[in-house]
Write a protein that binds this ligand. Structure first.
Ligand code: ACO
Length: 325
């Protein structure tokens, strides 16, 4: 049976130039390189320069993805940008990227699902492509998360960083089997009962300020491993595939211990897990495409490979996307 699939044509990413090590942070808050590495696996993060905005990072990742896809930007008929750190409360940062790319057609909008944003955006893009409303979609995850941090709170400020990643998806015909290239299945969830476990204490409608990240770390950790494992099992059940069929597991890069715990729970060996959290910390919606691009650039992910993406974040929101590269 012939079906429409959303195939990844290319990917790209960008990290701001300024690197901040754990030792640098130890000069700002009471912490140590040893504590951060042992609890999180994070060695350094990149922080956007003054005046460097989410749209700037997004544009750099987008241009790299478009070049990698080998297409003309004018072929893009939709831009979906996942972010929690928009340049302005409105308009959507996606329309700034649209304008900078010289596009005046199609639609551009932001998606807000915090760390799950890129997985949400991919799933939304796949739905638009499969129902025939768009052919070529630029999906971006971009954050200047450092702007939401309370730099006096050691329990949160050591965990996050800034960055961006992007993919170009295009409609292609498939056979309707798991041998097809493209997105094979996606699953999204949220449960607002947990919104106070991880949130920002400000916003345009409440305080009129941007606010800072607040988190109950242990609770988030506990829910993350369970929710992520469940949505991975959902993806496997929906396709009839097994954990052993997965070539590469590209998880949200929040904390190495969460990645290790999840991989163990679903029975994936460590060598199949793409881990980049050490180099950029938790970049929220940018973390999955940053890790994906790293593994494509270094030759690990190759055409035909089965790739599993997942994320979990504030809300709680969580989800998975299973695709053949
Ligand atoms: N440096 C040194 N000590 C610290 C630091 C720090 N940066 N932060 C906290 N501590 C101290 C605490 O004050 C506490 O001290 P106490 O025992 O004297 O009270 C001690 O370390 C232990 O604190 P816990 O919070 O219990 O440490 P835990 O082992 O749970 O690790 C962490 C904390 C790393 C935040 C962990 O809970 C975690 O990773 N949770 C998941 C959070 C996450 O990834 N959030 C990202 C967004 S959601 C997502 O992306 C999935």
């Amino acid at each position: 049976m012939s079906v429409i699939r959303s195939v990844v044509m290319g990917c790209g990413s960008y990290l701001p130039e300024r690197r901040v090590s754990n030792d640098d942070l130890a000069k700002v808050v009471e912490t140590t390189d040893e504590w951060i590495v042992e609890r999180t696996g994070i060695h350094e993060r990149h922080i956007a320069a003054e005046g460097e905005l989410t749209s700037h990072l997004a544009l750099k990742a987008a241009r790299a993805a478009i070049a990698d896809a080998g297409i003309d930007a004018q072929e893009i008929d939709m831009i979906i940008l996942a972010t929690t750190t928009a340049d302005n409360t409105f308009p959507a940062t996606a329309v700034t990227v649209q304008a900078e790319l010289g596009l005046h057609h199609g639609a551009a909008f932001d998606v807000q699902a915090v760390c799950s944003g890129f997985v949400y955006a991919l799933s939304i893009a796949d739905t638009f492509i499969r129902c025939g409303q768009a052919k070529t979609i630029l999906v971006i995850g971009a954050e200047t998360f450092s702007r939401l941090l309370d730099w006096t709170d050691r329990t949160t400020c050591v965990l996050f960083g800034d960055g961006a990643g992007a993919v170009v998806l295009r409609a292609a015909e498939g056979e309707g089997t798991t041998a097809d290239r493209g997105i094979l299945t996606s699953h999204l969830h949220s449960d607002g009962r947990y919104k106070e476990k991880l949130y920002v204490d400000g916003g345009p409608s409440s305080t009129g300020t941007v606010g800072h990240v607040r988190m109950e770390g242990r609770e988030v950790f506990r829910h993350a491993v369970i929710n992520i494992s469940d949505t991975i099992n959902e993806a496997l059940a929906a396709t009839g595939l097994k954990a052993a069929d997965i070539d590469w597991f590209v998880p949200h890069q929040a904390n190495k211990r969460i990645l290790d715990g999840t991989a163990k729970r679903i029975g994936l060996p460590p060598e199949k897990v793409v881990v980049t959290v050490g180099q950029h910390g938790n970049t929220s919606a940018a973390s999955v495409p940053l890790a994906l691009d790293t593994a494509v650039r270094d030759g690990r992910i190759k055409r035909g490979d089965l790739v599993l993406l997942e994320a979990m974040g504030g809300g709680f929101t969580w989800g998975s996307v299973l695709l053949r590269w």
